[in-house]
Design a protein around this ligand. Structure first.
Ligand code: LMR
Length: 332
């Protein structure tokens, strides 16, 4: 009798174990550095929703917003080590990885509209850039939009000369370093999560952001002026650890590719409105004066900054710059 009972017990335990391991979801840790109520924040949550629904729970996406898990400067290495599976860093942050060509996106005024930007992200140049990630153990899945960057400071920046001598926070991009130097400013590379405190304490005097980042990081509380220069873009590359991605069951990978495609459309469809709404909220706060430039004033900023294009040819490559010019019809 006893033997029969213990055999039954062992069989039940094996069954439970077997079914438990069969139910273990594949976990995707998705880390990013912005607030939830931003184009990237909402895009990540939407991807999570689609991925979990469409794989019927076989995949679990854990989203870690606002630098909770890794801040920029740490996240790329964490991805390569496999400590995190998915990121969506700004394209300005691939220089330290050794893929300098991504900094073509940082060239001032190289994109005039979202449509120009999509000719690159959805075309051969975007594909070429993603190919360059493979040797780094990274797969590029999609590009997500945010918006056009505007300069902010605690002094009114009406014309390029007004930025002279200001310590300006930038992302970890040498093209952006050259951009600030072209204004006779002092570029300071700094993690996004440290910008508010840097502005509050005066470690930096100003910075550049699309309105959605400026507002959701509460920079209107510590910046008196925001000048609508629209001099560059914040664009994201959604990337995964290559070993993880290639190791997925083919059906799961195909389902996730579909979820990413739909999440990309969702993120891009909301990006402009998110930035427009954030700009209205900044104005409504009454804490930051928004400076709208005349056509002549904007032309003066462009004239002062497009010198960076030729200056950076040796760093990012003349071919990739010319390829973007060809796709967008850019005129200096
Ligand atoms: C920044 O560092 O300013 C941006 O890359 C942050 C972000 O991810 O939008």
């Amino acid at each position: 009798m006893k033997l029969g009972f213990s055999l039954a017990l062992a069989a039940a335990a094996m069954l439970a174990l077997g079914s438990a391991s069969a139910q273990q979801p594949i976990v995707i840790k998705f880390s990013h550095v912005v607030a939830l109520d931003t184009p990237k924040g909402k895009g990540a949550e939407y991807f999570k929703k689609l991925a979990e629904e469409r794989t019927k729970g076989r995949v679990k996406v854990e989203v870690y917003p606002n630098s909770q898990l890794y801040k920029d400067g740490e996240e790329m290495e964490a991805l390569q080590l496999g400590s995190v599976q998915m990121l969506a860093p700004s394209v300005a942050k691939f220089g330290p990885l050794g893929v300098r060509e991504f900094e073509v996106f940082d060239l001032p005024y190289i994109f005039a509209t979202y449509a120009d930007l999509h000719k690159v992200t959805d075309g051969p140049v975007g594909k070429l850039l993603f190919q360059k990630l493979e040797s780094k153990g990274i797969v590029g899945l999609a590009f997500w939009d945010n918006g056009f960057k505007d300069f902010s400071a605690n002094k009114a920046l009406k014309l390029p000369g007004d930025a002279k001598g200001l310590k300006m926070r930038i992302q970890s991009s040498n093209v952006l370093e050259a951009e600030i130097r072209a204004l006779n400013g002092l570029p300071q590379k700094m993690a996004f999560s440290e910008v508010y405190q840097g502005l509050q304490t005066g470690v930096v005097d100003g910075t550049e952001n699309p309105p959605s980042n400026f507002y959701t990081q509460k920079m209107h509380e510590v910046q008196k002026y925001l000048t609508m220069t629209d001099h560059g873009v914040i664009e994201y590359a959604v990337i995964v650890n290559k070993k993880f991605w290639d190791g997925l069951p083919a059906d799961i990978r195909a389902t996730l590719e579909g979820a990413m495609k739909d999440a990309t459309k969702f993120a891009d469809d909301i990006a402009k409105k998110e930035n427009d709404d954030a700009l209205e909220a900044v104005k409504k706060s009454g804490k930051t004066q928004v400076i709208v430039l005349s056509a002549d004033e904007k032309a003066a900023w462009k004239k002062a900054l497009v010198v960076v294009h030729q200056e950076q040819e040796s760093r990012i490559g003349k071919d990739i710059i010319q390829a973007v010019y060809k796709e967008t019809g850019f005129k200096p």
